[in-house]
Design a protein around this ligand. Structure first.
Ligand code: ADP
Ligand code: ADP
Length: 228
């Protein structure tokens, strides 16, 4: 578990012509589920990618667990990320999809087995471990993508519009699924979306972003009012 602190985090593109993220200041607490919400193009993905180490920082700082990580490579940041266009390995079983990163990292096979089964239980994927991704529903595939990311027990979990390729019914179902899983794992999570309903229903806190800047950071009920 870890906190994430952004200090004057800024990203400019095109030699300074466009400020995609403008002096973002934000603290995400240990175990918190923060939703970063705003219209398309407001800089959410760019901010998330800088936290992940996938985008160069123009100025400012990203700290994880009180350590500045600006110069730490993405793979050494103890972060896992799920995108909207997650790609599972189509020829591997669900089990192998989730085990793969641990195998690469040379974990002992008994430990891999234990971790994969733990995560599969939380995600309710145990009945499907022998199937291939093509034999799963969209929601099941989405859960495998999450499982693959969290099986390494990252300190920080980043999600960028993970539900936007699902149909409306599944999206509703997965909103509460993801919130339940995060609650169970208590992993510090930053969730990017343009969907205000996701922000309202999923986060412990919501950070509203517009034109590269933070407008407001508060609980969903303080921002959107209490649900009727
Ligand atoms: P969001 O995730 O909120 O939709 P983005 O972070 O993707 O917003 O984009 C923020 C702004 O930065 C947009 O104006 C976008 O066009 C611009 N942008 C994003 N990535 C690049 C890039 N690689 N080069 C130039 N401009 C970019
Ligand atoms: P999202 O809003 O989910 O980030 P986009 O379609 O805006 O998705 O961006 C997809 C990719 O294209 C990202 O890697 C982003 O950095 C890049 N991108 C976005 N806008 C621009 C732009 N104006 N110029 C160059 N690359 C861009």
């Amino acid at each position: 578990m870890a906190n994430v602190i952004l200090k004057d985090l800024t990203k400019r593109y095109g030699g300074g012509a466009l400020t995609a993220v403008s002096s973002l200041n934000l603290s995400i607490e240990d175990g918190e589920f923060l939703v970063l919400v705003g219209p398309s193009g407001c800089g959410k993905s760019t901010a998330l990618r800088m936290i992940a180490g996938l985008e160069e920082i123009t100025s400012g700082e990203v700290s994880i667990n009180d350590n500045v990580v600006n110069d730490v490579h993405a793979k050494d940041r103890d972060i896992a990320m799920v995108f909207q266009n997650y790609a599972l390995y189509p020829h591997m079983s669900v089990y192998d999809n989730m085990a793969f990163a641990l195998q690469i990292a040379k974990f002992p096979s008994e430990e891999i087995k234990k971790k994969v089964h733990e995560v599969a239980a939380i995600l309710q994927l145990e009945p499907f471990l022998k199937r291939r991704p093509g034999q799963l529903s969209g929601g099941q595939r989405q859960r495998v993508a999450m499982g693959r990311a969290i099986v390494r027990q990252p300190s920080v979990f980043l999600m960028d519009e993970p539900l936007s390729n699902l149909d409306a019914k599944l999206r509703v179902q997965m909103r509460s699924e993801i919130a339940r899983i995060q609650d169970r794992l208590q992993v510090t999570t930053i969730y990017v979306t343009h969907d205000q309903i996701e922000a309202m229903t999923m986060g412990d806190r919501v950070a509203l972003m517009k034109d590269g800047m933070l407008q407001q950071v508060d609980t969903p009920s303080n921002i959107y009012g209490r649900p009727a």
